[in-house]
Design a binder for this molecule. Sequence first.
Ligand SMILES: O=C(O)CCC(=O)C(=O)O
Length: 294
Amino acid sequence: MMASAPLFGQTEVENFRTLGYAVAPKVLDPIKIRIARKECDRLAENIVNAALVVGGKHPRLHACRRGDEVVLLKVSPIFDASPILAALADDRRLVAALRNLLADEPAMIEEKLIYKQSLPGAPDVHIDVGSGGFPLHTDWNFYQAEGYPRDTLSVGIAIDDSCPANGCLRVLPSSHKTAWPVFSDGPPYVRPEAVPADQMVDVPLAAGDAVVFTSALVHSSNENLSVHPRRMLILSYGPASCVGDPDRRNVGYRRAAQAFEDRHRDLVATGRAPLRYRLAVAQGSGPGESEEGK
Ligand SMILES: O=C(O)CCC(=O)C(=O)O
């Protein structure tokens, strides 16, 4: 049997070391992309439904408001809610590539699904701060507080095409070699006045492509100005030998989310869950189908 080509070739490995990021094409094939999109829709519907029925903040759901719209920004953590997405990411070539970049066994410390998707009918879910983009930051500035090593890295796998118009990732090449000043009153975002804005570059991706970037790389993204979702699965890994308990950042959210979802199931089972939110509802018609109609 012929050995398959590595996911990240020599060029990607060199770019990753020098620039702090690299793009690898066609990590997901068209069948997997289709499966991933369907699963993203199923998950978003379930999570919005649970949020509407139970009320309050669903621990996995991060939504924001933009004008009259409610934007589903991200769902995190995700793999305990989606064995399908977990299986897509459990890819032999991906693990081999990460092992090479980390020079160690990769231990997953975070999984999140960026949606950047306007929710039809602007459902009445808990709204977080922000308007649909990600301010300048390094993931390291967040991971550091939990004791994860600086050489932690992330892989973003595009589920939809991404480009400047729909808020693709933007990075500052080679910025991982510098310590950037961050805000100290609130989340540790990088201070924008310290960043040479004209040196930021867009990282457009075709659906199925992946970008790998080190946790110390300065990055951001703008709002999605298109009418379509811009979904990307972002998986972060540290070197297993020095990561400690990999799930310590997310285990609390995971347990809280599972308890929230148990409460939703209980309300559905006892006929106290009248709403059935559907993503396919036409813009403006809003949620409101009965639970029996599913
Ligand atoms: O996918 C994006 O738009 C950016 C996501 C990001 O920067 C993050 O989750 O840290």
